[in-house]
Design a protein around this ligand. Structure first.
Ligand SMILES: Nc1nc2c(c(=O)[nH]1)N=C([C@H](O)[C@H](O)COP(=O)(O)OP(=O)(O)OP(=O)(O)O)CN2
Length: 138
């Protein structure tokens, strides 16, 4: 089994708040991340796919194919957007990295299954250079 990864970059804004809570409680729990007009991040998304190298190509997946898939399925939908208001698959959800990475997984897992036998292994999402989350589909 070989693990192949592609890293992409995007900018997006979000606001962390729970609409069922008061402004005071949101500020208490989320601090400045609950500010009404949101805040932005330079995200890094690392998508790792696993599989056996194909005997003819030596590829688990053509990295150009993986790059195009991540771009069309995710980056084009989130880059320079507000996750709370502009991104269909995040509408009505908490815009935390944890929730975001699970939604990204659902989309990529389904899209990959249509083009290859290689499987999604991990999605790593950096929100800042020091904060990141990993999701393995479990
Ligand atoms: N479990 C989570 N905690 C937090 C999330 C999240 O998505 N999941 N998000 C945030 C904020 O959106 C943001 O990431 C906070 O940034 P900040 O604290 O400024 O982090 P930095 O790495 O830029 O700065 P440090 O000073 O190094 O912490 C908050 N929590």
């Amino acid at each position: 089994m070989v693990y192949v990864s592609r890293k992409e970059h995007f900018n997006a804004a979000h606001r962390l708040f729970n609409p069922t809570w008061s402004d005071e409680k949101n500020s208490e729990v989320f601090g400045a991340c609950a500010n009404v007009n949101g805040h932005g991040h330079n995200f890094e998304l690392i998508v790792t796919v696993k599989g056996e190298p194909h005997p003819d190509t030596g590829f688990v997946i053509d990295l150009k194919v993986l790059a195009d898939l991540v771009k069309t399925e995710i980056i084009d939908k989130v880059d320079h957007r507000n996750l709370n208001v502009d991104v269909d698959f995040m509408r009505g959800k908490m815009a935390s990295c944890e929730v975001f990475v699970v939604e990204i997984w659902k989309i990529l897992d389904q899209a990959l299954a249509q083009i290859t036998e290689a499987r999604l292994h991990r999605i790593r999402l950096y929100e800042t250079p020091r904060n990141y989350v990993d999701y393995y589909g479990e």
